[in-house]
Ligand binder design. Sequence first.
Ligand code: SAM
Ligand code: SF4
Length: 342
Amino acid sequence: MEKNFINTDHKANLVDPFNRNIDYLRISVTDRCDFRCVYCMAENMTFLPKVNLLTLEELYRLASLFIDCGIKKIRLTGGEPLVRKNIMWLIEQLSKKINSNFLDELTLTSNGSQLSKYAYDLVKNNVNRINVSIDTLNEDLFKKITRWGDLRKVIEGITVAKKAGLRIKINTVALKGLNDKEIPDIIKWAHDNDMDITLIETMPMGDIDGDRTENYLSLSAYRATLEKYFTLSSCEYKTGGPSRYYICKETGGILGLITPLSHNFCADCNRVRITCTGKMYMCLGQDDSVDFNSLMRSKATDDDIINLIYQSIRMKPISHDFKIDKYNSQPAVSRHMSVTGG
Ligand code: SAM
Ligand code: SF4
Protein backbone atom coordinates (compact mmCIF):
# COMPACT_ATOMS: atom_id res chain seq x y z
CA MET A 1 0.00 0.00 0.00
CA GLU A 2 2.97 2.31 0.72
CA LYS A 3 3.81 4.79 -2.03
CA ASN A 4 6.99 6.82 -2.13
CA PHE A 5 6.06 10.46 -1.78
CA ILE A 6 8.77 13.11 -1.75
CA ASN A 7 9.33 13.88 1.89
CA THR A 8 12.94 14.82 2.32
CA ASP A 9 12.81 18.19 0.59
CA HIS A 10 12.00 20.33 3.61
CA LYS A 11 10.42 23.69 2.93
CA ALA A 12 10.27 26.88 5.01
CA ASN A 13 8.16 26.57 8.16
CA LEU A 14 4.52 27.55 8.11
CA VAL A 15 4.13 31.01 9.65
CA ASP A 16 0.75 32.75 9.57
CA PRO A 17 0.12 36.50 9.04
CA PHE A 18 0.12 37.02 12.83
CA ASN A 19 3.58 35.48 13.16
CA ARG A 20 2.31 32.26 14.71
CA ASN A 21 4.39 29.22 13.79
CA ILE A 22 2.04 26.45 12.68
CA ASP A 23 3.56 23.08 13.48
CA TYR A 24 0.54 21.09 14.69
CA LEU A 25 -1.96 19.35 12.39
CA ARG A 26 -5.16 17.70 13.50
CA ILE A 27 -6.69 15.26 11.08
CA SER A 28 -10.28 14.17 11.44
CA VAL A 29 -10.09 10.73 9.83
CA THR A 30 -13.84 10.10 9.89
CA ASP A 31 -17.01 12.00 10.79
CA ARG A 32 -18.59 8.74 12.01
CA CYS A 33 -18.78 7.62 15.58
CA ASP A 34 -20.13 4.77 17.69
CA PHE A 35 -21.41 7.29 20.29
CA ARG A 36 -23.87 10.15 19.90
CA CYS A 37 -22.83 12.59 22.63
CA VAL A 38 -25.66 15.05 23.22
CA TYR A 39 -23.50 18.18 22.89
CA CYS A 40 -21.71 16.88 19.77
CA MET A 41 -24.24 15.15 17.52
CA ALA A 42 -27.92 14.69 16.90
CA GLU A 43 -29.10 11.10 17.41
CA ASN A 44 -30.03 10.65 13.75
CA MET A 45 -26.96 12.04 12.10
CA THR A 46 -26.56 12.11 8.34
CA PHE A 47 -22.92 11.30 7.71
CA LEU A 48 -20.89 12.26 4.67
CA PRO A 49 -21.13 9.97 1.64
CA LYS A 50 -18.15 7.58 1.77
CA VAL A 51 -16.94 8.57 -1.72
CA ASN A 52 -16.30 12.09 -0.42
CA LEU A 53 -13.91 10.81 2.23
CA LEU A 54 -10.22 10.89 1.42
CA THR A 55 -8.83 7.37 1.28
CA LEU A 56 -6.21 6.48 3.87
CA GLU A 57 -3.55 6.73 1.13
CA GLU A 58 -4.77 10.23 0.25
CA LEU A 59 -4.77 11.24 3.91
CA TYR A 60 -1.23 9.91 4.22
CA ARG A 61 -0.05 11.79 1.14
CA LEU A 62 -1.55 15.03 2.43
CA ALA A 63 -0.12 14.52 5.94
CA SER A 64 3.32 13.80 4.44
CA LEU A 65 3.24 17.05 2.49
CA PHE A 66 2.26 18.98 5.62
CA ILE A 67 5.21 17.33 7.38
CA ASP A 68 7.45 18.54 4.54
CA CYS A 69 6.24 22.05 5.34
CA GLY A 70 7.24 21.84 9.00
CA ILE A 71 4.35 20.13 10.79
CA LYS A 72 5.91 18.37 13.80
CA LYS A 73 2.92 17.01 15.65
CA ILE A 74 -0.14 15.19 14.31
CA ARG A 75 -3.27 14.32 16.24
CA LEU A 76 -5.81 11.94 14.69
CA THR A 77 -9.35 12.60 15.73
CA GLY A 78 -12.88 12.43 14.35
CA GLY A 79 -15.67 11.31 14.82
CA GLU A 80 -14.11 8.34 16.49
CA PRO A 81 -10.71 7.76 14.83
CA LEU A 82 -10.53 4.12 15.91
CA VAL A 83 -13.74 3.19 14.05
CA ARG A 84 -12.25 4.12 10.66
CA LYS A 85 -11.59 0.87 8.79
CA ASN A 86 -7.84 0.04 8.53
CA ILE A 87 -6.89 3.08 10.61
CA MET A 88 -3.83 1.19 11.87
CA TRP A 89 -2.40 1.34 8.34
CA LEU A 90 -2.32 5.15 8.48
CA ILE A 91 -0.90 5.06 12.00
CA GLU A 92 1.85 2.66 10.88
CA GLN A 93 2.82 4.92 7.97
CA LEU A 94 2.90 8.05 10.13
CA SER A 95 4.88 6.15 12.75
CA LYS A 96 7.64 5.72 10.15
CA LYS A 97 7.86 9.52 9.93
CA ILE A 98 8.72 9.52 13.62
CA ASN A 99 11.33 6.82 13.09
CA SER A 100 12.94 8.97 10.42
CA ASN A 101 12.76 12.13 12.61
CA PHE A 102 10.46 14.07 10.29
CA LEU A 103 7.67 14.08 12.88
CA ASP A 104 8.03 14.57 16.66
CA GLU A 105 4.70 13.26 17.89
CA LEU A 106 1.73 11.19 16.73
CA THR A 107 -1.25 11.06 19.02
CA LEU A 108 -5.02 10.74 18.99
CA THR A 109 -8.22 11.74 20.74
CA SER A 110 -10.63 8.87 21.30
CA ASN A 111 -13.83 8.03 23.11
CA GLY A 112 -12.06 4.90 24.35
CA SER A 113 -14.61 2.38 23.05
CA GLN A 114 -12.05 0.53 20.89
CA LEU A 115 -8.99 1.01 23.10
CA SER A 116 -8.85 -2.56 24.44
CA LYS A 117 -8.49 -3.72 20.85
CA TYR A 118 -5.88 -1.19 19.68
CA ALA A 119 -3.82 -0.07 22.69
CA TYR A 120 -0.84 -2.39 22.11
CA ASP A 121 -0.73 -1.60 18.36
CA LEU A 122 -0.73 2.11 19.14
CA VAL A 123 2.26 1.76 21.46
CA LYS A 124 4.08 -0.35 18.87
CA ASN A 125 3.62 2.52 16.42
CA ASN A 126 5.13 5.36 18.43
CA VAL A 127 1.90 6.62 19.95
CA ASN A 128 2.94 7.36 23.53
CA ARG A 129 0.02 9.34 24.86
CA ILE A 130 -3.61 9.80 23.93
CA ASN A 131 -6.62 11.80 25.07
CA VAL A 132 -9.70 9.87 26.16
CA SER A 133 -13.03 11.64 26.59
CA ILE A 134 -15.13 10.79 29.66
CA ASP A 135 -17.79 13.16 30.95
CA THR A 136 -19.06 11.11 33.90
CA LEU A 137 -18.21 8.03 35.95
CA ASN A 138 -21.86 7.20 36.49
CA GLU A 139 -22.98 4.44 34.10
CA ASP A 140 -26.54 5.74 33.69
CA LEU A 141 -25.47 9.32 33.13
CA PHE A 142 -22.78 8.09 30.70
CA LYS A 143 -25.54 6.43 28.68
CA LYS A 144 -27.62 9.59 28.84
CA ILE A 145 -24.75 11.83 27.66
CA THR A 146 -23.25 9.52 25.01
CA ARG A 147 -26.61 7.92 24.10
CA TRP A 148 -24.88 4.78 22.72
CA GLY A 149 -21.77 4.42 24.89
CA ASP A 150 -20.90 1.84 27.56
CA LEU A 151 -18.79 3.25 30.40
CA ARG A 152 -17.49 -0.18 31.42
CA LYS A 153 -15.97 -0.75 27.98
CA VAL A 154 -14.24 2.63 28.11
CA ILE A 155 -12.82 2.02 31.59
CA GLU A 156 -11.63 -1.42 30.45
CA GLY A 157 -9.98 0.25 27.43
CA ILE A 158 -8.18 2.71 29.71
CA THR A 159 -6.95 -0.15 31.90
CA VAL A 160 -5.56 -2.03 28.89
CA ALA A 161 -4.02 1.17 27.48
CA LYS A 162 -2.24 1.90 30.74
CA LYS A 163 -0.93 -1.66 30.87
CA ALA A 164 0.34 -1.24 27.32
CA GLY A 165 2.27 1.84 28.47
CA LEU A 166 0.13 4.65 27.01
CA ARG A 167 -0.06 7.89 28.97
CA ILE A 168 -3.66 9.08 29.13
CA LYS A 169 -5.16 12.51 29.51
CA ILE A 170 -8.88 12.66 30.22
CA ASN A 171 -11.08 15.23 28.42
CA THR A 172 -14.31 16.14 30.18
CA VAL A 173 -16.89 18.51 28.75
CA ALA A 174 -18.40 20.52 31.62
CA LEU A 175 -22.18 20.33 31.38
CA LYS A 176 -24.45 22.36 33.63
CA GLY A 177 -27.21 20.19 35.10
CA LEU A 178 -25.53 16.97 33.94
CA ASN A 179 -22.03 16.46 35.32
CA ASP A 180 -21.20 19.76 37.06
CA LYS A 181 -21.70 18.33 40.58
CA GLU A 182 -19.48 15.35 39.75
CA ILE A 183 -16.52 17.21 38.24
CA PRO A 184 -14.41 17.36 41.44
CA ASP A 185 -14.79 13.56 41.78
CA ILE A 186 -13.81 13.03 38.13
CA ILE A 187 -10.69 15.17 38.66
CA LYS A 188 -9.80 13.17 41.76
CA TRP A 189 -10.37 9.87 39.95
CA ALA A 190 -8.16 10.93 37.04
CA HIS A 191 -5.35 12.13 39.30
CA ASP A 192 -5.58 9.08 41.58
CA ASN A 193 -5.07 6.97 38.45
CA ASP A 194 -2.10 9.01 37.26
CA MET A 195 -3.95 10.76 34.42
CA ASP A 196 -4.06 14.50 33.74
CA ILE A 197 -7.47 15.93 32.97
CA THR A 198 -8.79 18.85 30.94
CA LEU A 199 -12.22 20.40 31.34
CA ILE A 200 -13.82 21.80 28.18
CA GLU A 201 -16.62 24.33 27.68
CA THR A 202 -19.32 23.35 25.17
CA MET A 203 -18.72 25.09 21.87
CA PRO A 204 -21.58 26.07 19.55
CA MET A 205 -20.78 23.79 16.61
CA GLY A 206 -23.38 22.06 14.45
CA ASP A 207 -27.06 21.39 15.09
CA ILE A 208 -27.84 18.98 17.91
CA ASP A 209 -31.30 17.82 19.01
CA GLY A 210 -31.44 20.23 21.96
CA ASP A 211 -30.35 23.70 22.95
CA ARG A 212 -26.68 23.92 24.01
CA THR A 213 -27.15 27.03 26.09
CA GLU A 214 -29.06 24.87 28.63
CA ASN A 215 -25.90 22.93 29.46
CA TYR A 216 -23.28 25.63 28.92
CA LEU A 217 -21.09 26.09 31.98
CA SER A 218 -18.55 28.90 32.02
CA LEU A 219 -15.33 27.41 33.33
CA SER A 220 -14.01 30.86 34.22
CA ALA A 221 -16.95 31.15 36.61
CA TYR A 222 -16.78 27.49 37.71
CA ARG A 223 -13.18 27.98 38.89
CA ALA A 224 -14.46 29.41 42.17
CA THR A 225 -16.31 26.11 42.81
CA LEU A 226 -13.22 24.09 41.92
CA GLU A 227 -11.18 26.11 44.37
CA LYS A 228 -13.42 24.89 47.20
CA TYR A 229 -12.04 21.40 46.52
CA PHE A 230 -8.53 22.04 45.21
CA THR A 231 -5.75 24.53 45.67
CA LEU A 232 -4.87 25.44 42.09
CA SER A 233 -1.58 26.96 41.14
CA SER A 234 -0.76 28.02 37.57
CA CYS A 235 1.64 25.78 35.83
CA GLU A 236 4.00 26.68 33.01
CA TYR A 237 3.02 23.62 30.95
CA LYS A 238 1.84 24.78 27.50
CA THR A 239 0.85 22.96 24.34
CA GLY A 240 0.21 25.97 22.12
CA GLY A 241 -3.44 25.04 22.47
CA PRO A 242 -6.41 26.56 24.21
CA SER A 243 -5.80 24.86 27.57
CA ARG A 244 -4.48 26.71 30.58
CA TYR A 245 -2.91 24.33 33.09
CA TYR A 246 -2.96 24.24 36.88
CA ILE A 247 -1.47 21.90 39.49
CA CYS A 248 -3.92 20.65 42.13
CA LYS A 249 -1.98 20.75 45.39
CA GLU A 250 -4.17 18.05 47.00
CA THR A 251 -3.60 15.45 44.26
CA GLY A 252 -0.36 16.61 42.62
CA GLY A 253 -2.08 16.15 39.23
CA ILE A 254 -2.48 18.58 36.34
CA LEU A 255 -5.81 20.18 35.51
CA GLY A 256 -6.36 21.95 32.17
CA LEU A 257 -9.20 24.36 31.49
CA ILE A 258 -10.30 25.02 27.92
CA THR A 259 -12.34 28.21 27.95
CA PRO A 260 -12.84 29.30 24.34
CA LEU A 261 -16.01 31.18 25.16
CA SER A 262 -15.27 32.78 28.48
CA HIS A 263 -11.60 33.42 27.72
CA ASN A 264 -10.10 33.75 24.25
CA PHE A 265 -7.05 31.56 23.60
CA CYS A 266 -6.17 32.41 20.03
CA ALA A 267 -2.95 34.41 20.45
CA ASP A 268 -0.86 31.25 20.89
CA CYS A 269 -2.65 29.10 18.31
CA ASN A 270 -0.19 26.78 16.53
CA ARG A 271 -2.59 24.48 14.70
CA VAL A 272 -4.70 23.85 11.63
CA ARG A 273 -7.17 21.10 10.88
CA ILE A 274 -7.94 18.78 7.99
CA THR A 275 -11.27 17.06 7.70
CA CYS A 276 -11.82 13.54 6.43
CA THR A 277 -12.93 15.01 3.09
CA GLY A 278 -9.72 17.00 2.71
CA LYS A 279 -11.00 20.42 3.74
CA MET A 280 -8.54 22.50 5.69
CA TYR A 281 -9.95 24.70 8.43
CA MET A 282 -7.51 27.34 9.56
CA CYS A 283 -9.58 27.94 12.72
CA LEU A 284 -11.95 25.66 14.67
CA GLY A 285 -14.34 28.55 15.24
CA GLN A 286 -14.60 29.98 11.73
CA ASP A 287 -16.29 28.67 8.60
CA ASP A 288 -13.50 29.57 6.14
CA SER A 289 -11.90 26.51 4.60
CA VAL A 290 -9.68 25.45 1.72
CA ASP A 291 -10.50 22.38 -0.31
CA PHE A 292 -7.62 19.97 -0.96
CA ASN A 293 -9.89 17.17 -2.14
CA SER A 294 -10.36 18.26 -5.75
CA LEU A 295 -6.70 19.17 -6.12
CA MET A 296 -5.63 15.80 -4.73
CA ARG A 297 -8.00 13.98 -7.04
CA SER A 298 -6.79 15.90 -10.09
CA LYS A 299 -3.33 15.28 -11.46
CA ALA A 300 -1.81 17.79 -9.04
CA THR A 301 1.85 17.39 -8.22
CA ASP A 302 3.19 17.46 -4.68
CA ASP A 303 4.44 21.00 -5.34
CA ASP A 304 0.93 22.13 -6.34
CA ILE A 305 -0.40 20.81 -3.04
CA ILE A 306 2.43 22.34 -1.04
CA ASN A 307 1.71 25.71 -2.67
CA LEU A 308 -1.90 25.46 -1.56
CA ILE A 309 -0.76 24.63 1.99
CA TYR A 310 1.31 27.85 2.12
CA GLN A 311 -1.54 29.90 0.62
CA SER A 312 -4.00 28.52 3.18
CA ILE A 313 -1.77 29.40 6.12
CA ARG A 314 -1.75 32.98 4.88
CA MET A 315 -5.53 32.94 5.35
CA LYS A 316 -5.49 31.89 9.02
CA PRO A 317 -7.72 34.35 10.93
CA ILE A 318 -6.60 36.08 14.10
CA SER A 319 -9.28 34.48 16.28
CA HIS A 320 -12.53 32.55 16.47
CA ASP A 321 -16.04 34.02 16.63
CA PHE A 322 -17.64 31.80 19.27
CA LYS A 323 -20.40 33.28 21.41
CA ILE A 324 -22.85 31.35 23.53
CA ASP A 325 -25.51 33.02 25.61
CA LYS A 326 -29.28 33.28 25.67
CA TYR A 327 -29.17 35.54 22.58
CA ASN A 328 -26.87 33.17 20.68
CA SER A 329 -28.29 29.66 20.90
CA GLN A 330 -27.67 29.00 17.20
CA PRO A 331 -24.39 27.27 16.30
CA ALA A 332 -21.59 29.78 15.53
CA VAL A 333 -20.34 27.39 12.86
CA SER A 334 -22.63 25.02 11.03
CA ARG A 335 -20.38 21.94 11.00
CA HIS A 336 -20.29 19.55 13.95
CA MET A 337 -17.17 19.16 16.07
CA SER A 338 -16.98 15.59 14.70
CA VAL A 339 -16.22 17.01 11.23
CA THR A 340 -13.20 19.06 12.29
CA GLY A 341 -12.36 16.90 15.27
CA GLY A 342 -12.07 19.26 18.23
N1 SAM B 1 -14.63 10.82 19.40
C1 SAM B 1 -13.45 11.29 20.01
C2 SAM B 1 -13.73 11.78 21.42
O1 SAM B 1 -14.88 11.94 21.79
O2 SAM B 1 -12.75 12.00 22.13
C3 SAM B 1 -12.72 12.36 19.23
C4 SAM B 1 -13.54 13.43 18.58
S1 SAM B 1 -14.41 14.51 19.68
C5 SAM B 1 -15.19 15.58 18.53
C6 SAM B 1 -13.10 15.44 20.40
C7 SAM B 1 -13.44 16.17 21.67
O3 SAM B 1 -14.37 17.18 21.37
C8 SAM B 1 -14.06 15.32 22.75
O4 SAM B 1 -13.36 15.51 23.98
C9 SAM B 1 -15.46 15.85 22.87
O5 SAM B 1 -15.96 15.74 24.18
C10 SAM B 1 -15.31 17.27 22.43
N2 SAM B 1 -16.51 17.89 21.87
C11 SAM B 1 -17.36 17.42 20.94
N3 SAM B 1 -18.32 18.33 20.64
C12 SAM B 1 -18.07 19.42 21.40
C13 SAM B 1 -18.68 20.70 21.57
N4 SAM B 1 -19.73 21.07 20.85
N5 SAM B 1 -18.12 21.55 22.46
C14 SAM B 1 -17.02 21.21 23.18
N6 SAM B 1 -16.39 20.02 23.06
C15 SAM B 1 -16.91 19.13 22.20
FE1 SF4 C 1 -18.42 10.72 19.07
FE2 SF4 C 1 -16.49 12.08 20.26
FE3 SF4 C 1 -18.66 13.35 19.25
FE4 SF4 C 1 -18.95 11.85 21.39
S1 SF4 C 1 -17.70 13.68 21.24
S2 SF4 C 1 -20.28 11.81 19.55
S3 SF4 C 1 -17.50 10.24 21.05
S4 SF4 C 1 -17.13 12.27 18.10
